[in-house]
Write a protein that binds this ligand. Structure first.
Ligand code: EAX
Length: 329
């Protein structure tokens, strides 16, 4: 009888041990969604996070990647993170302003001089303060990633001045700041989720769109667009978002790790953005696109034409806040 008790104890002990071991090594699989192929700028950052997370969390976490908008457009994915149906998302700020209005100030055209300026503002106190605003909106914003400087493409005509855009139906992101700016120069802005863009350009529902070179190449938009104008009219930030549902289950150590990995992945994404930009313009030319390199004056004419929009942005965001970004060194 005693042995049985011992055995039972032994079984209980090993069951307890097994449970503890199982529990200790229970691995959580986090679903991460983003747009574009895994070889594009978001994908390389996500792949780095996937490669590192198991090591840096002692096997407690693993990432499953869903590239190419497999989990929906950027607005849908952001909503999914808010609802907890998606654990992690890399998205441009395009639709995020609909959830966290404090991000919209970063979407103002011609606000950032160059990549260094943008990155230092976003990684600095101004950018970090905006990230912190996400929590109250049901999102955990882990880090600023990058989409790149946006340029205009269309199927109708060469664009080198605001007048050339008059009456063109241009697809924009679902972003009120972008739409105001484009409307101000005479464009008919058509907000649309990115997965619908290729079809809409192909069918002629819209005449054009605007995106960084890395997006134009990786989404093969050269197949449905003839003209590329290097307007560089706005720096498009991106964000690494997490659902509070998944984040709040993490230990403090793992929360720290996921924030570090998001920033490290974003730095890899930034490098890829510039690489795709450097290689992509020639690639697009070879693919038959007519590429217009705008002079500084031609670019300035767009900024000038957007002056009425800036007045509106000044009232909306506070001119001092806009100047704090513009003058940031
Ligand atoms: O983030 O929607 C857009 O134009 C974005 O640039 C694209 O989804 C990549």
């Amino acid at each position: 009888m005693h042995i049985l008790k011992l055995a039972a104890k032994g079984i209980l002990f090993s069951a307890g041990l097994g449970l503890a071991l199982g529990a200790a090594h229970a691995q959580t699989v986090l679903k991460m969604g983003f747009g574009l192929p895994v070889t594009a700028h978001y994908g390389v950052g996500a792949a780095y996070m996937q490669q590192e997370i198991e090591k840096r969390t002692g096997g407690r976490y693993k990432l499953e990647l869903f590239p190419n908008f497999a989990l929906g457009g950027e607005r849908e994915m952001t909503e999914g993170a808010q609802l907890g149906t998606i654990d992690l998302v890399i998205t441009s700020t395009g639709p995020v302003g609909n959830f966290v209005p404090d991000t919209l100030i970063t979407d103002i055209p011609f606000l950032f001089r160059d990549y260094n300026h943008a990155r230092s503002v976003l990684d600095g106190p101004i950018g970090q303060a905006i990230l912190a605003k996400c929590t109250a909106k049901g999102l955990i914003c882990l880090a600023w990633s990058e989409n790149g400087f946006r340029h205009m493409t269309n199927s109708k005509r060469e664009i080198k001045a605001p007048e050339d855009t008059k009456g063109l139906k241009i697809r924009t992101m679902e972003n009120p700041v972008h739409m105001t700016a484009f409307r101000t120069i005479g464009v008919l802005p058509t907000p649309m989720a990115f997965p619908e863009v290729f079809g809409a350009l192909q069918q002629g529902t819209v005449d054009g769109q605007e995106n960084p070179i890395g997006v134009i190449t990786s989404a093969k938009l050269f197949q449905v667009q003839k003209h590329l104008s290097l307007t560089g009219h706005l720096y498009s930030p991106a964000m690494v978002l997490m659902s509070p549902a998944a984040y709040n289950k993490m230990s403090d150590a793992d929360k720290k790790t996921i924030r570090e990995l998001a920033q490290e992945g974003a730095n890899i994404t930034r490098k890829r953005v510039q690489q795709l930009e450097a290689d992509g313009i020639e690639e697009l030319r070879k693919s038959g696109m007519q590429v217009k390199v705008l002079t500084i004056d031609e670019k300035a004419s767009f900024q000038k034409a957007m002056a009425p929009a800036y007045k509106e942005f000044g009232a909306k965001f506070g001119q001092a806040n806009i100047d704090a970004i513009g003058n940031y060194k």
